[in-house]
Design a protein around this ligand. Structure first.
Ligand code: DAH
Length: 347
């Protein structure tokens, strides 16, 4: 009897499972309810009294040896894959893992917001279907003013019972329409940018589209000057492109700013030496800007004798074309994944 238990102990101690199944067999044989240990413990009462202690110690030794093995190998087979690799060629290339990516216009919009938020600008919004007041009249385009011809507008037909200022609704032609909406709600200091989609009734080509995206920006406070505008735009250009980027301001005309200007940046493609993107001038126009016309401030119920402000408006596509060296605007709305999957940036 003792010899049998000693043999079991030796067996348990030398046990080396090579699989989960073997370990389970071992557990069933020794530890389970109907296993050897239970059997031996139940035999304890049949052992002669003077030998019982020694027998008990032996069975306990067996119990510890068996339980020790189970503990030792409990986790050993957990990581073993349940996949059967037999017959499979593990040297074959794997399936590519397709992950989503941001649209390049989203990346540029987020970057513009991030750049301006670092100097205290917040983000404002306005409707894409806009009334005449906010898109034109409040911005100093009087009815029949020839400047309205600058915008080829998608007008929306109104039913006779609809009464809108000046009788018209349109898809906004620029995000400048948000200016007076913000002025209606906030008083200076105002520092905000307004990203959004705009619509123009234009034939689609490599350089023009019937819808595109803009970011309007403006700052109104006491004593805001053209120097503030210039420095803000220089900061923006150098953050958006690179620290060597130069800007130049050319006099221009917009009804809602006085004086007005257009801003060029040194061409990012040829670094100013001349190429077909900048038409060999070394400069590319990226935005319109100026000092907010006092009449526009008045339309926003802000007193122009106390406050002044600057404004600017830029096309997101135009910036993205420069940044990613793209020469056809249409590619941004084609939704061709072969183009889109090149933009992995996360912000
Ligand atoms: N709204 C103008 C456009 O769509 C862009 C613009 C020019 C915005 C001058 C401005 C500005 O705020 O001051 O062409």
């Amino acid at each position: 009897m003792f010899e049998v238990v000693r043999a079991y102990i030796a067996e348990a101690k030398s046990f080396q499972p090579s699989s989960k199944e073997e370990l389970e067999q071992f557990r069933l044989r020794f530890i389970s309810k109907k296993g050897l240990l239970g059997d031996l413990f139940s035999k304890l009462k049949d052992v002669a009294a003077e030998e019982r202690k020694e027998f008990g110690l032996l069975v306990n030794e067996l119990k510890q040896a068996a339980e020790g093995k189970i503990l030792e190998f409990k986790d050993a087979f957990e990581t073993e894959s349940s996949i059967d690799f037999k017959g499979q060629d593990l040297t074959l290339p794997g399936e590519p893992l397709n992950t989503g990516s941001f649209h390049p216009l989203t990346l540029v919009r987020k970057e513009i917001i991030s750049i301006f938020s670092r100097i205290g600008f917040n983000v404002s919004d306005g409707p894409e279907i806009e009334d005449d007041w906010h898109n034109f009249s409040a911005l100093n385009f009087p009815p029949e003013h020839p400047a309205r011809d600058m915008q080829d507008t998608f007008f929306i037909d109104l039913t006779p019972d609809q009464t809108i200022y000046n009788g018209s609704l349109a898809l906004r032609t620029h995000t400048s329409s948000i200016q007076v909406r913000v002025m209606d709600k906030q008083k200076p200091p105002i520092r905000t940018i307004c990203p959004g989609r705009v619509y123009r009734n234009e034939a689609i080509s490599a350089r023009a589209h019937c819808f595109f995206h803009q970011v309007e920006g403006f700052y109104i406070d006491e004593k805001v000057s053209f120097a503030d505008l210039k420095q803000t735009l220089l900061y923006f250009a150098q953050e958006m492109f690179n620290a060597d980027t130069k800007i130049r301001l050319r006099p221009s005309y917009f009804p809602f700013t006085e004086p007005s200007a257009e801003m060029d940046i040194s061409c990012q493609i040829c670094k100013g030496s001349g190429c077909n993107v900048c038409k060999y001038s070394g400069w590319v126009e990226i935005l319109g800007c100026g000092m907010i016309d006092p009449a526009v401030l008045e339309n926003g119920k802000i007193d122009p004798s106390t406050y002044s402000g600057f404004a600017f408006g830029m096309g997101i596509e135009r910036i993205a074309m420069m940044k990613y060296a793209v020469n056809d605007l249409r590619i941004f709305s084609d939704n061709d994944v072969r183009f889109l999957r090149n933009f992995k940036g996360v912000l």
